[in-house]
Design a protein around this ligand. Structure first.
Ligand code: C5P
Length: 398
């Protein structure tokens, strides 16, 4: 996502500095080059050695040394990157930035740079709420500085509130946004997830055991690449993806209505385990147990096939429609036939036979079936399946 981009990372002196080690790893994974700079206070929390080992390059400190000035002057260092990131941006660093001080290497670089600056503030909640910090924040934003976080939560100092530094992946996303590098920016993707509940009467229903975990993970992976996601979900136990437009439904028919209302979309991914049948003539009141022991008889009607309906739309069909196929035998043959029958572009097929340990497990082994044939993906954690799927979607849509 960030290949060919270079980030000058200024690490401030706060406990959140430890998260910068992970941030450097994540940035490297995204293909970015990272040049780290540590303030004197930052070196109390993380060492230049660990930072430079992870970055794979020299870590600059506020101890100016002449060799560096000969090899690379501070002006050049401040301009060599595509973006300057300050993480954690402490109250002190924010204050010095606002005041235009150049009292050490970090602040000198911030004054000399001609690139955009992104800060990830982190400090005690009282310090964050302090009028001076809020005034500094407003001024920095007015000066064009970009801000990610802080988040609300438990803090290392034992207090609770806003002040936690944004998580490394959130910072990577903000960096990608700042550099206009998110491949799915401006794309709208629709995802169905979870089970559906088909009512028998006002208190009883027919359901299945889908948790919605795979759908939520796919939504998160797509949003990380910049997509705008509409997430149509049945009553699933998995956490809803933060940042998506979430539409909660109960039945398959409601799911179809919600999906149709969310169109147009660039892609649609049908990860929901939709009930195949609904109960005909649902009772408006709770069905009573018969004192004579006669049992209720349920009659069923077929539910709409949402994947097939959307795949066959003449108008507003998303340019990429993806379905899932959980099979126990002849996985590839069955899934290939399903792709044709339903009219979707891709099917992600997997073998859910008990001996695979996939159902309810943390790993998955899928085969992607498209018009080009079958592509076997290695067995990997389910979260990685989502990341790989999102990358493949990005490649296809852009
Ligand atoms: O037919 P089957 O249930 O095996 O197909 C699975 C795929 O079809 C999944 O992508 C599922 O979300 C979708 N589906 C649907 N509506 C249905 C049944 C399945 O969208 N009524």
């Amino acid at each position: 996502m960030l290949s060919g981009k270079s980030v000058l990372l200024i690490i401030g002196g706060g406990i959140a500095a430890y998260k910068c080690l992970d941030l450097i790893r994540r940035l490297k994974e995204s293909g970015a080059q990272v040049t780290p700079v540590l303030t004197r206070a930052a070196q109390e929390f993380v060492t230049p050695l660990s930072v430079s080992a992870l970055a794979g390059t020299k870590a600059y400190t506020d101890l100016f040394d002449l060799t560096d000035e000969a090899e690379m002057g501070h002006i050049q260092l401040s301009r060599s990157a595509d973006l300057v990131v300050v993480a954690p941006a402490t109250a002190d660093l924010m204050g010095r930035m606002t005041g235009g001080l150049a009292s050490d290497l970090a602040t000198t670089l911030l004054m000399a740079t001609d690139k955009r600056v992104l800060i990830a503030p982190a400090m005690n909640v009282r310090m964050w709420d302090h009028p001076a910090t809020q005034r500094n924040l407003a001024q920095l934003q007015a000066d064009g500085v970009l801000v990610v976080g802080p988040n609300e939560g438990d803090m290392a100092c034992g207090e609770f509130g806003p002040g936690r530094m944004a998580e490394p992946l959130e910072i990577v996303d903000a960096i990608a946004d700042a550099l206009g590098k998110r491949p799915l920016s401006g794309k709208h993707i629709l995802i169905t997830s979870g089970p559906t509940h088909e009512p028998i009467d006002p208190v009883r229903y027919i359901a299945n055991r889908s948790s919605g975990a795979q759908g939520s993970a796919i939504a998160q992976a797509l949003m990380r690449l910049g997509a705008e996601v509409t997430f149509v979900t049945g009553p699933a136990s998995a956490a809803r993806p933060v940042g998506a437009t979430v539409v909660e439904i109960q039945t398959a028919s409601q799911m179809l209505d919600a999906v149709t209302a969310a169109l147009p979309a660039d892609a649609a991914i049908f990860a929901a385990a939709v009930a195949d049948w609904q109960v005909i003539g649902q009772s408006a009141s709770k069905i009573k147990k018969d004192s004579k022991g006669s049992l209720p008889r349920l009659e069923f009607a077929e539910n709409p096939d949402i994947l097939s309906t959307i795949s066959k739309l003449k108008k507003n069909r998303p340019s990429l429609v993806v379905g899932f196929a959980a099979e126990t035998d002849d996985v590839i043959e069955n899934a290939t036939a399903k792709r044709k029958r339903k009219g979707c572009d891709w099917i992600l097929a997997n073998d859910v036979s008990p001996e695979t340990g996939i159902m309810g497990g943390v790993e998955n082994q899928v085969t992607l079936i498209s018009a080009d044939g079958a592509e076997d993906w290695p067995r990997m954690p389910k979260a990685d399946v989502s990341t790989r799927l999102a990358a493949k979607i990005a490649e296809t849509l852009t």
